[in-house]
Design a protein around this ligand. Structure first.
Ligand code: MG
Length: 203
């Protein structure tokens, strides 16, 4: 099982980090050891002083496939949720400044938090999805998948050229603006529209 993530997929987030708008999807992977589920506590790692949340819609891959055409891509996922792509921003900025890979900043243990799965029908897959993240009861991120630079289907088509998709893989589809730092004691709650799918504490 692996976790495929897309970076820089919402223009307002690209701009807040002063990155260039990419022509192609920016992909990176997280290993199975990155996954944290069932609202388990997240323990703040000791190798960073600037850990950021990135709230994203995540897709559950339900079929094996390789080099998937965009027109068939929607049949490769069957459920969605909200997830947190935890990012050690200090380490990431250092790695980027040196032109080095950024896995240590993105793919560490428990860096991919995923909420309860919500099945999605074929009809619903074409509808925009609104989602949000609350930090200690205040909304800090609000997104709508209609603002994505690359659609779910495009990401699946592009990613599956390089990485075969396997049942149980998870796809993180990018974060909107509003990313920020967390601290010990924080409570994070992720929802799709008004349906809470994720709630956990930072210890
Ligand atoms: Mg992200």
């Amino acid at each position: 099982m692996k976790i495929i993530c897309i970076g820089r997929n919402y223009i307002n987030h690209v701009q807040e980090l002063k990155n260039d708008i990419p022509e192609k999807p920016v992909l990176f992977l997280k290993p199975a050891t990155a996954l944290l589920t069932q609202n388990a506590d997240f323990y703040y790692p000791n190798f960073t002083q600037d850990l950021h949340y990135e709230c994203e819609i995540v897709l559950r891959i339900c079929k094996n496939g390789k080099a998937i055409q965009e027109k068939f891509a929607s049949t490769y996922y069957d459920a969605i949720s909200v997830g947190i792509d935890f990012t050690a921003r200090d380490l990431q900025n250092y790695q980027k400044s040196k032109g080095l890979p950024w896995e240590i900043a993105k793919s560490f243990d428990n860096s991919a938090v995923v909420g309860r799965w919500k099945p999605i029908s074929e009809n619903e897959k074409n509808n925009p999805i609104q989602f949000n993240l609350k930090l200690n009861n205040h909304i800090v991120q609000q997104g709508n998948t209609q603002d994505m630079i690359h659609s779910f289907d495009k990401i699946i088509q592009y990613a599956s050229q390089f990485f075969s998709l396997q049942v149980g893989d998870i796809l993180f589809t990018g974060t909107p603006a509003g990313v920020g730092a967390i601290k010990i004691g924080d409570c994070l709650v992720g929802s799709i529209v008004d349906e809470e799918l994720l709630r956990f504490y930072v210890k």
